[in-house]
Design a binder for this molecule. Sequence first.
Ligand code: BEZ
Ligand code: FE
Length: 290
Amino acid sequence: MDTPEIALTRDVIERFAETRDPRLKAILTSLVSHLHGFVQDIEPTPDEWNEAIGFLTRIGQACCDRRQEYLLLSDVLGVTTLIDILNHRPRKGATETTALGPFYVANAPEMPSGADIARNQPGERLHVEGSVASEDGRLLAGAIVDVWQCDGDGYYDVQYPDYKEPELRARFRTDREGRFAFWSIMPSHYPVSAGGPVGEMLAATRRHPFRPAHIHFMIEAGGHEKLVTQVFPADSPYLSSDAVFGVRTSLIAEFPQGPPGSAPEGGPEPWRRLSYDFTLKAAGRSPEAG
Ligand code: BEZ
Ligand code: FE
């Protein structure tokens, strides 16, 4: 004889038997089975379950046009990164991906190679250059390299209440050799938004809210999968404890001091530099292929 809880789980799953859409049916069957398993595992008291419902309610109430607290919950539970991994299986030789994050803005201004995306921002000057290639080693001319980063205080342009125009974000096109370059400033590490219920959960579990410093890249070239990734300075704090689990070892890079008197395009001194070469997956190949 089945226990009452096993009979209940089966009964709930059977209640979805008439679902026409096979994907929806599979999702709900798995959801009920895992959710019931979770509840059996922790055996919450009614008060604990009410507290959980209250937590989820407060997460919903914290959401508005400018804030997505459910996405933040997904981020700090590692689910956003898990979905990124499942949808962009690492392939040998191709650059690893990370999640897009909440601060991407489409149609950033297109700038010529060598432009300064930091303009008048204070901070340690940084020269970034690199290449975009296909898996077979072919350098890709005309690829669009979309970059965005926070400032030296850890804020993205869109986080400022008086935000008017894009800062520290731009799009570049690779040249005939598949290369791009721009000037910027060193990004800072920064906390994810911790003033709501997700922040309370982090505090209650003695977790810090910080992400290590990084520069976001989105790279598109015809016949290739779009690459969304981030590059992390090797000397940033929080590399081993990113609040959203986005760091991959292959994406950590040295940002060394540039030799005095040799800044590209007669750029400012002192300066640091990043050189990073990206490899895009050819479109249409099987995700697991070696
Ligand atoms: C970011 O802000 O960089 C970010 C946040 C959550 C997930 C991924 C990226
Ligand atoms: Fe970011």
